[in-house]
Design a protein around this ligand. Sequence first.
Ligand code: ATP
Ligand code: MG
Length: 312
Amino acid sequence: MKKIVTIGEIVVEIMATELGNGFLEPIPLVGPFPSGAPAIFIDQVARLDQPCGIVSCVGNDDFGKLNIDRLKADGVDTSAIRVIPEYATGSAFVRYREDGNRDFVFNIKQSANGQIGPAPEVDALFDSADCLHVMGSALFCEGSVKLSLQAAEVIKAKGGLVTFDPNLRKEMLDLPGMREAMQEILSKTDLFLPSGPELSLLTEAKDDVGAIAELLSRGVTAIVLKQGSEGASYIDARGRIDQPAFAVEEIDPTGAGDSFGGAFVTCWLRGEDPAASLRFAAAAGALAVTRKGPMEGTSRRAEIEAFLTERA
Ligand code: ATP
Ligand code: MG
């Protein structure tokens, strides 16, 4: 079976239990929950019994241990997660506003995550990989940008595949070198998984049709466009397949895109047909929003299959 690896932030998420604005007074919180977009993605892959691993850094603290224990228990290769005693594990505090938007306090770049970089364990993991998934959110520091570019090169050179979810926080695109790094990754990308407006983020064409044509002509084999509760579409040179979202009660949308992505990439790598892969991934995304906690939303194959049988 093909092995999927990813690179990037591991954090704990601590969330407000009530709606409101920001963190300027004492409020009830719940957490820590294991989190980080690349970590959620790879946990979903592992829960589908696909071989997989992550390159990351955590501190020598409970937040790091909680994440490693969880990933290990779900079957992720954690050999390239370095424990760095001088730094604390990354964290994100989140509070939902009445209108559904969120306020965050992040500690990622200054945490152990900022130390992501080369190591013998990292090389060994890349050597064992057939597919690299690049998560745009992981390109927050020079070390992880460099490592992601290097990994894309190594994995492509040995005939592997690169999948790319730009998963971008807008302010990141203006960091020095970020556009160039993203373009470089895109030039090596086989499967591109943007959400909504990210479709034309890295193209000259600014309309969807033009952006799709440009991406396909630049060597991207297939695009999976994520549109939240409006569903998702698969597009390649042969055409387009639309998959509506399943109707579910949304409890916590965080991590839906990552669970969806982990499920889609796994099916696609196994050679399953695009329509079936899209439906399976949409079920993973729908299940993710019904559970509170970012990584709590990942599902096992049997859960997804049961959900699909129920909805058939
Ligand atoms: P993220 O906020 O995690 O980065 P994303 O923008 O990458 O998310 P979304 O489009 O929000 O990804 O979600 C991915 C897929 O999950 C959707 O295409 C859809 O199939 C499913 N999904 C997301 N939200 C819902 C919802 N509220 N109800 C049902 N399905 C959903
Ligand atoms: Mg996303």
